[in-house]
Design a protein around this ligand. Structure first.
Ligand code: SF4
Length: 439
């Protein structure tokens, strides 16, 4: 592959969400997951979280590859939420909980805010009867602005949501529409004002650098409009072109018939992220990871930080990912199978992977690298390993390439490295996971 080809936005994912890669997780490892769940936690001090996947959306964004449904009626939504409640109840009774309270809860999707206020009240009340989140440090809820009403937000606040994540992605009507987003710009401001009035502890705004049709002029406006809202947190992803999306199937059409609607290449998307980071840090924001800026330095994102530090998490809902006591797990990814398993009162687990202590070390190190630095003392304490020595070759290569600096005890990612951090992480993968299919 030439450099020029590599810099085009081609098909596929580069984002690293976990390690070892998902393609190594297998149904044959499910007994390992069940064995872990059937015993008290070996490390009861490990924080425990709950992820809930709400797989409904008003329409499918053209770049989306998640397991989502746009055609389910109220009866089917109820069938799903009943199953979700049952799944959480099954987890709550496993010895693995070991009396641990939930440290964090995350409602993701899909579009959790697709549910009505009444459905959310019913769902959350029943969930909390099994696993309460009163003592949780953070309860995050993802929203699509066009699905919000003030009373829905009040319901969420009342039921314990602390962090509201608004998927804005862009402000321009034409770009939103072309990319298949369901919301409009005026809905953004309405939703944001209501969210502020209701008083969530933290509001996060998601943007995407490189939506189809994006331009420098519009991106500058997006960043300025975001800043004007003064959210506690801003998350910016670089647009990928995964397989099995509307756009991936239209790729040729995009290039030939609508030149103005081409997808930007990687250097341009990185320049846009850099612009956003420069503008926002000049306005007082701090970089908290390769994708996130926060208004108050030190503002937490408990879900992310817990995951990146090896927390346990029950991943509930169709196709969800979790991690229990050193075993990765993923639920079955088909609606029918998911519902059927819970009808039988069984956990709907589809595949798993027990990870070795060395893989756990790599996993935490590469995920924490996304914050821009690695705390060697943390790894020394937790794994008894000096990661600087253990991965000396990898660090040297990245240093020579200008992506990290190694000064004294510190390992830091350079600004240039931060913009491509996901591409650096496989440097530390075990040989059999190098160059493997990620999903
Ligand atoms: S709102 Fe999110 S989950 Fe739903 S279709 Fe769009 S990108 Fe996918």
């Amino acid at each position: 592959m030439t450099d020029a080809t590599q810099e085009k936005t081609g098909l596929g994912n580069y984002f690293v969400a976990n390690y070892p890669p998902f393609s190594f997780w297998k149904p044959t490892f499910l007994p390992d997951a069940h064995a872990v769940l059937a015993a008290p936690p070996a490390r009861p001090e490990t924080p425990l979280g709950l992820y809930l996947h709400i797989p409904f959306c008003r329409k499918r964004c053209k770049f989306c590859y998640f397991r989502v449904y746009t055609d389910k009626n109220a009866r089917e939504v109820e069938t799903y939420t009943d199953a979700l409640v049952k799944e959480v109840a099954i987890y709550a009774k496993t010895p693995f909980v070991g009396g641990r309270p939930l440290n964090y809860v995350y409602f993701g999707g899909g579009t959790p805010s697709y549910l009505s206020a009444g459905q959310l009240r019913d769902l959350m009340t029943r969930l909390r009867a099994s696993l309460d989140w009163d003592g949780a440090e953070e309860v995050t809820f993802e929203c699509e602005p066009g699905t919000l009403q003030k009373h829905k937000l009040e319901t969420l606040r009342e039921l314990g949501v602390t962090r509201l994540s608004l998927g804005l992605e862009n402000f321009d009507a034409k770009i939103l529409e072309y990319n298949g987003r369901a919301h409009h710009e005026e809905e953004i401001y309405r939703a944001y004002d209501w969210s502020r009035e209701v008083g969530f502890e933290q509001i996060n705004i998601d943007l995407i650098s490189g939506m189809v049709g994006e331009t420098w002029d519009n991106w500058r406006v997006c960043v300025q409009k975001t800043l004007a809202l003064r959210p506690e947190s801003v998350t910016i992803y670089q647009m990928e072109l995964p397989y099995n999306t509307v756009f991936s199937q239209q790729l040729k059409v995009i290039g030939n018939d609508e030149p103005s609607m081409e997808i930007a290449d990687w250097p341009t998307k990185r320049a846009w992220v850099q612009y956003a980071y420069d503008t926002m840090t000049a306005a007082g924001y701090s970089i908290s990871s390769a994708y996130t800026l926060v208004r108050d330095k030190g503002a937490k994102f408990v879900y992310r930080d817990a995951l990146w530090h090896g927390a346990d998490m029950f991943g509930t809902g169709v196709a969800s990912f979790g991690h229990v006591g050193g075993v990765h797990v993923q639920n079955v990814d088909r609606w029918e199978e998911y519902i059927a398993a819970l009808d039988r009162d069984e956990l709907p687990l589809g595949r798993a992977l027990p990870i070795t202590p060395h893989q756990a070390l790599i996993r935490e190190m590469v995920l924490q690298l996304k914050t821009g630095h690695v705390n060697r003392a943390y790894f020394q304490r937790k794994f008894g390993v000096d990661v600087r020595d253990e991965f000396a070759d990898g660090w040297r290569r990245l240093e020579e390439d200008g992506k990290v600096t190694l000064v004294g005890k510190e390992i830091a990612v350079t600004p240039e490295g931060m913009l491509v951090v996901d591409r650096l992480l496989p440097t530390f993968f075990e040989p059999e996971h190098q160059g493997s299919r990620y999903t």
